[in-house]
Design a protein around this ligand. Structure first.
Ligand code: NAD
Length: 319
């Protein structure tokens, strides 16, 4: 069994490689060659969440699980709130093949999913990127979004304004003008990424204009919510995994309110595989409910292992 420590991941996988790996497994899912197993997610108290995301991808030869969660007290201790490890197994024998640090991989695979949705669903002429959220994931999201559209400026809102300068620094690095705004100003955005741990809607229907693409990435648990359900009723809704979207994703609220039916939600993999249309007009609102699936984790972890072996940095152990 190989171990690829968290400290090696940054040197092993690029955002581009993460994008390709995630796109391939989304398409495999839509073709019926891969599937995610039901998510286990438990509240540990004091805002801590812990669980398991897993799946099988026959074309990618992936079987495994990501174990981890969200520990909101970590930031005060100088460590990131998300903690996770990916375990890979040989799909034919069940033998464990690798244990891979999952922190950076989670950020890269989440940003890749968001960027895939922007690439496939946002208007080609999108110029203004709106960011709702400025925590650990937000910088990765901004970097990935900037790779798929020629944005001219970034507007951002965060409940805790003191976190915004760090995101502004990422925009500056990318050469993009950055402005902290009130949520009402999100009507200027062509693409909006939401990446908060909010328990109630921040972004309202009236904050979003026609033709916008939203990547709602923060809601990955029952009880979290970033946008007003009326917005999902107004949008065409896409997701990484319909079963997760309606139970732990942003769509949970619109479905519960009777504003959206499960059958109306399109897996993004179907768009990638050419089985379903993406954006159909410049006026429609498209909304990607990115819940985070196990297959994303396995795909990027497998790529990290391949690179680690090629570069001789994987640690081999016998168990
Ligand atoms: P973080 O703790 O670093 O940042 C939290 C963010 O949420 C900050 O911007 C904070 O200001 C904001 N926030 C907190 N409470 C809020 C409230 N009541 N209303 C509005 N905003 C509020 O977290 P992070 O690592 O950046 O992750 C952000 C979210 O993304 C979390 O919910 C996390 O679980 C989720 N996430 C989803 C995926 C996925 O695949 N979909 C992957 C990773 C993380």
């Amino acid at each position: 069994m190989l171990i690829v420590p968290e400290s090696e991941i940054a040197g092993l996988i690029t955002p581009e490689a993460a994008y390709r790996a995630v796109e391939a497994t989304f398409a495999a899912t839509a073709r019926g060659d891969a599937y995610n197993f039901p998510v286990v997610r438990e509240a540990l108290g004091e805002g801590r969440q812990y669980g398991f995301k897993s799946g099988l991808d026959r074309t990618g030869n992936l079987l495994g699980v990501k174990a981890g969660g969200y520990f909101p007290g970590n930031a005060a201790k100088g460590i990131i709130n998300h903690q996770s490890t990916v375990y890979l197994f040989d799909p034919d024998t069940g033998i464990p093949t690798a244990m891979v640090g999952g922190g950076l991989l989670t950020a890269l695979r989440t940003a890749a999913a968001s960027a895939i949705s922007i690439d496939r669903l946002a208007r080609k002429d999108a110029k203004v990127l709106g960011m709702v959220g400025a925590g650990h994931q937000a910088g990765f999201q901004l970097r990935a979004a900037a790779k798929v559209r020629a944005f001219e400026r970034v507007i951002a809102w965060n409940l805790h304004p003191d976190m915004l300068p760090k995101l502004g620094a990422v925009a500056a690095e990318l050469g993009l003008p950055f402005e902290a705004v009130a949520l009402e100003r999100m009507v200027e955005a062509d693409v909006i990424v939401t990446i908060t741990s909010s328990p109630a809607a921040s972004l309202l229907d009236r904050h979003v204009r026609s033709g916008t693409h939203l990547a709602c990435m923060g809601t990955d648990t029952k009880g979290k919510q970033e946008v007003e359900p009326a917005l999902l009723a107004r949008a065409r809704v896409f997701t990484d995994e319909v079963a997760q979207s309606v139970s732990i994703g942003e769509a949970q609220h619109a479905v519960a309110a009777g504003l959206l039916r499960e059958a109306e939600i399109t897996p993004i993999g179907a768009v990638i595989a050419g089985l379903a249309p993406g954006r159909r007009s410049d006026e429609e609102i498209t909304l990607f409910d990115g819940t985070g699936v196990g297959l994303q984790d396995l795909a990027v972890a497998a790529e990290a292992v391949r690179q680690a072996v090629a570069r001789g940095v994987a640690v081999s152990v016998t168990i």
